[in-house]
Design a protein around this ligand. Structure first.
Ligand code: DCM
Length: 131
C-alpha cells in the first residue's frame, strides 16, 4: 500500500561555545558539496530525539543531548519532511565518519559562509538566532 504519511528526517543544530556545526555532504551526487545540519531518517518505532542521538553517533562519533525542537517542518524530496532539534555535545569531538567529507563550526557572523542545502536554510536561520 502507498504510504500516506511523510517520513521524518531529523537533523541537529549542534551548538558549542557560541558556534553551530555545519557538515558538508559527500553523497548522493545531487547533494554532494552542499552543507547541512547533520542527521538522518527516523526508523519505525523510534522517537525524533532518539533518532537524532543515533544518527549523530553514527555519522559524527559524538554523544549529543537534544535540547529544543525548532518549530516548523520543511519538505524534502517527495515523501520526506525535515524536523530540527538544537543539541549539545556531551562527549567526543565530531568527525565526518559517514555521508560527510568536512565539518565546520560557524559563528553568528559567518553562518552564511557555506553553501547550505536550500531546505535547511530556514532552520539554520532559527538556530543562528539562538546562538
Ligand atoms: N536531508 C536534508 N537536510 C538535512 C538532513 C537530510 O535535506 N539536514 C535530506 C537528504 C536526504 C534525506 O534527507 O535526501 C535523508 O538524509 P540521509 O541521507 O542523511 O539519511
Amino acid at each position: 500500500m502507498k504510504e500516506c504519511v511523510d517520513r521524518v528526517v531529523v537533523a541537529g543544530a549542534v551548538f558549542d561555545r557560541g558556534r553551530l556545526l555545519a557538515a558538508r555532504r559527500s553523497a548522493p551526487p545531487e547533494l554532494a558539496g552542499r552543507w547541512e545540519l547533520p542527521g538522518g531518517k527516523v526508523e519505525p518505532g523510534e522517537g525524533g530525539p532518539e533518532a537524532l542521538v543515533r544518527e549523530l553517533r553514527e555519522e559524527l562519533g559524538v554523544e549529543v543531548e537534544p535540547c529544543e525542537r525548532i518549530p516548523g517542518e520543511w519538505p524534502l524530496k517527495p515523501g520526506y519532511v525535515l524536523r530540527v532539534w538544537t543539541a549539545r555535545v556531551l562527549s567526543g569531538e565530531p568527525r565526518p565518519l559517514q555521508d560527510h567529507d568536512e565539518l565546520r563550526w560557524l559563528s553568528r557572523r559567518d553562518w552564511d559562509s557555506v553553501d547550505w542545502l536550500d531546505q535547511d536554510v530556514p532552520a539554520v536561520i532559527e538556530a543562528v538566532r539562538r546562538l
